[in-house]
Design a protein around this ligand. Structure first.
Ligand SMILES: Cc1cc2nc3c(=O)[nH]c(=O)nc-3n(C[C@H](O)[C@H](O)[C@H](O)COP(=O)(O)O)c2cc1C
Length: 182
């Protein structure tokens, strides 16, 4: 199984990127791919730009990266209760080519932030859009107070409850794959 796991953030030190990759690592035997939203930076979407220049190739490449995967694990950064501009922009461009950006892939949505809500608001927005955007959403998990439950030295989540939730979620991606031991 090929999993595309990434943080919906353009931060070099994105905690959502860490959470997405950590969660993907819990599925033994999976091939994990990631992407860096900095490589998909485009002018701010506008109808006028699209009318004048069409849909940029980076938007096609973003859709192609999703198309190559069997499953998606996306962790959303929350900026003022909503998506990071970096994600919203590439998503808007891509949606002009294919409204079902997630292309019917098995999907896990996550979010995390330093605060106790863990980005639950943006996660709600992403999850609410899932049926219209082609995500076969199997789990949606906000992870609060990231720095309290993450050990930077080992690059591991140390909270048992969170680990259990994440393992249960990745288990839904594949009936046959083994879940890594804690
Ligand atoms: C412009 C801006 C707005 C933010 N708004 C929120 C917010 O609404 N809720 C929240 O929990 N954290 C908020 N934060 C803090 C982010 O959760 C924090 O920066 C987190 O590291 C973002 O995820 P990332 O590291 O994956 O980019 C905000 C940060 C920025 C820079």
């Amino acid at each position: 199984m090929k999993i595309l796991a990434f943080g919906a953030s353009n931060s070099k030190n994105s905690i959502n990127q860490k959470l997405a990759l950590y969660t993907a690592s819990l599925l033994e035997g999976a091939e994990v791919e990631t992407l860096d939203l900095n490589e998909y930076e485009l002018p701010i979407y506008s109808q006028d730009r699209q009318d004048e220049g069409g849909i940029p190739s980076l938007a096609h490449q973003f859709l192609a990266k999703i198309a190559e995967a069997d499953a998606l694990i996306i962790s959303f950064a929350e900026h003022n209760g909503s998506f990071s501009v970096a994600y919203k922009n590439i998503f808007d461009w891509a949606s002009r080519e294919n409204m079902k950006v997630y292309q019917d892939k098995k999907t896990i949505f996550l979010s995390t932030s330093p605060g106790p809500n863990g980005g639950a608001t943006v996660l709600g927005a992403a999850s609410g859009g899932a049926p219209f955007q082609g995500a076969n959403l199997l789990a949606s998990i906000p992870v609060g107070s990231f720095y309290d439950i993450y050990d930077a030295e080992t690059d591991q989540i140390t909270n048992n409850d969170v680990n259990e939730q994440l393992k249960e979620a990745v288990g839904k991606l594949s009936d046959t794959a083994n879940i890594a031991a804690a």
